[in-house]
Design a protein around this ligand. Structure first.
Ligand SMILES: [Cu+2]
Length: 99
């Protein structure tokens, strides 16, 4: 009886540990405003650059902003802004849609 509850306790600890590891590796979502994109070719080059960045999982680009889903263990919003700026457009420093 006693050892059975110990097994349950260990199982519970394991579940909590695994859940928190999962939370740490969670995908982050950022909305970054970008200035200078004027057509689909512009947004296409930004999208391509972001998709080529390690840790980036999903990119949605419109003419005014970029919504990026990324693994925050591998990259950061700061890094993503650098990637956007490197394409010749400007990532506007503003509110972030981070979760
Ligand atoms: Cu263009």
């Amino acid at each position: 009886m006693k050892s059975k509850s110990l097994v349950f306790a260990i199982a519970a600890v394991l579940v909590i540990a695994l859940t928190s590891i999962g939370a740490l590796a969670a995908t982050k979502k950022s909305t970054i405003r970008v200035e200078g994109m004027k057509c689909a070719k512009c947004s296409g080059s930004v999208e391509k650059a972001l998709k080529a960045t390690e840790g980036v999982e999903k990119v949605e680009v419109s003419l005014k902003e970029v919504v990026v889903e990324y693994d925050d263990q591998k990259t950061s919003e700061t890094k993503l802004r650098e990637v956007i700026n490197a394409t010749g457009f400007k990532a506007v420093e503003e509110k972030t849609g981070s979760q």
